[in-house]
Design a binder for this molecule. Structure first.
Ligand code: HAM
Length: 419
């Protein structure tokens, strides 16, 4: 076979016609769930200012240190968004969405970009849906966020999931915990991975998120953050758990769950699936009570999550779940000769005006080839038109499912097809 001249970038994939129906089905589940919870959709640009993402996610996070696609054009620094929380917060501040009053409940669906090493369930362009609930520090907001996430996953039919839950503390609890972490890790500093050594001074909690082999024994030695929460944060966490218990949502308390971004405060969570292999995180999120202010907005507590849509569809596939059907036309018009094509051209638009989905041949192929095509696209009916049919004013209407045929007038065809 000839070498391909052009192909997609590594880790970026085409969604071909066989796959788009399940994407649309998933999107529909998301939109329907959002309507039930009364979340409003927001769409932000694919590119943002690099500084927003660096400030938002954290200069020492894996995403910023290793995975961003960024470039300069003139004086501007562009970045392909690796996630959507910082962009939504930017938009919230830029458009003063707080002035709409109350809690802003926003959701989004769209592509994100991370320059990671591609593997099953991990791409460089991937899609997330997620939501951001801005303006409430009520534990009910945390519970609603988690419930929404689980609702969508359940509606797809993926049920065998684990909700990992933690509190990463408020600034006060965290300051205490950081000191304890540094005390615990200091004697072993030289044995930690290079990156963890860098993180030790500025952001020791990020060490808990390290995937490096050599760090693991020392991470094991670290105490649980849950033992260092102040009363208020501990009470908030208890209430979140209480709301989840009351709605029958099971969770595993996971004290080392710190998540990949620096903006988290208090509640943090992840939803994993045993059907996914090494990239087992379906979704993740948490509170980020300080981010809006850090990015220049009014002090606004917030909570949100995002889910990986490729991973959700992979999990569904593993479970044999069929999402979305390939659209099929109601009618295929088979033509023979130029006069028939002219007739078809008019019939196509007449039928569509009556909301009948209809297609035809565009390559003057043989009747046999056209019938084969009508079968392939699973048309319900074929109308067969040639010179003799036009002269007679009677056309063959073939039911493609039971192969029955009748010779009928145009009015009769319209009557039958629009019924
Ligand atoms: P995240 O955990 O980085 O969180 O990403 C959420 C989900 O996106 C992951 O659980 C995973 O399913 C999917 N994902 C991430 N990277 C990739 C990849 N390279 N290929 C395929 N799927 C991937 C966030 O992005 C936060 N913004 C979530 C959030 C919203 N927190 C608060 N609000």
């Amino acid at each position: 076979m000839a070498e391909l001249k052009y192909r997609t970038h590594h880790g970026m994939v085409d969604l071909l016609p066989e796959e788009t129906p399940k994407w649309r089905a998933l999107e529909e589940i998301i939109h329907n769930t959002a309507r039930l919870y009364h979340f409003e959709e927001i769409r932000t640009p694919i590119m943002e200012q690099t500084e927003l993402i660096v400030r938002g996610i954290g200069a020492l996070s894996d995403i910023v240190t290793k995975e961003i696609f960024a470039f300069e054009k003139g004086d501007d620094h562009y970045i392909l968004r690796p996630e959507c929380t910082a962009p939504v917060v930017r938009s919230f501040i830029e458009h003063h969405l707080d002035q709409r009053g109350g809690t802003q409940k926003l959701y989004y669906i769209g592509p994100m970009f991370r320059a990671e090493r591609p593997q099953k369930g991990r791409q460089r362009q991937f899609h997330q849906f997620g939501l951001e609930l801005l303006g409430s520090d009520s534990p009910l907001a945390d519970a609603e966020t988690i419930r929404f996430m689980i609702d969508v996953v359940n509606r797809i039919g993926v049920r065998n999931t684990t909700l990992k839950l933690n509190s990463v503390g408020d600034p006060e609890s965290r300051a205490r915990y950081k000191e304890i972490l540094q005390e615990t890790l200091k004697p072993h500093l030289s044995k930690l991975s290079e990156l963890s050594q860098v993180r030790f001074e500025k952001n020791p909690m990020r060490i808990l998120d390290s995937k490096e082999e050599e760090d693991q024994p020392f991470i094991e030695m670290c105490p649980s953050i849950l033992d260092y929460l102040n009363d208020e944060t501990a009470a908030h966490f208890e209430q979140v758990k209480g709301y989840l218990d009351a709605s029958g949502i099971a969770y595993e308390i996971t004290p080392r769950l710190v998540r990949g971004m620096d903006y988290y405060t208090r509640t943090a969570f992840e939803l994993t699936s045993p059907d996914l292999g090494s990239q087992d995180a379906l979704a993740g999120g948490g509170r980020y009570d300080l981010l809006v202010e850090e990015l220049g907005g009014p002090a606004t507590p917030a909570v949100g999550f995002a889910a990986g849509m490729e991973r959700l569809l992979l999990a569904a596939e593993e479970l044999g779940i069929n999402l979305g059907e390939t659209p099929t036309p109601h009618v295929y018009i088979v033509t023979r000769g130029e006069a028939a094509v002219q007739w078809a051209s008019k019939a196509l638009s007449e039928l569509r005006k009556k909301n009948v989905s209809v297609t035809t041949d565009y390559q003057a192929r043989s009747i046999k080839a056209q019938m084969k095509e009508a079968n392939r696209v699973q048309a319900t009916y074929a109308i067969i038109v040639g010179d003799s049919e036009l002269e007679e004013g009677l056309f063959t209407l073939r039911n493609m499912h039971d192969s029955s045929e009748s010779k009928v007038s145009l009015e009769e065809i319209f009557k039958r097809l629009t019924n």
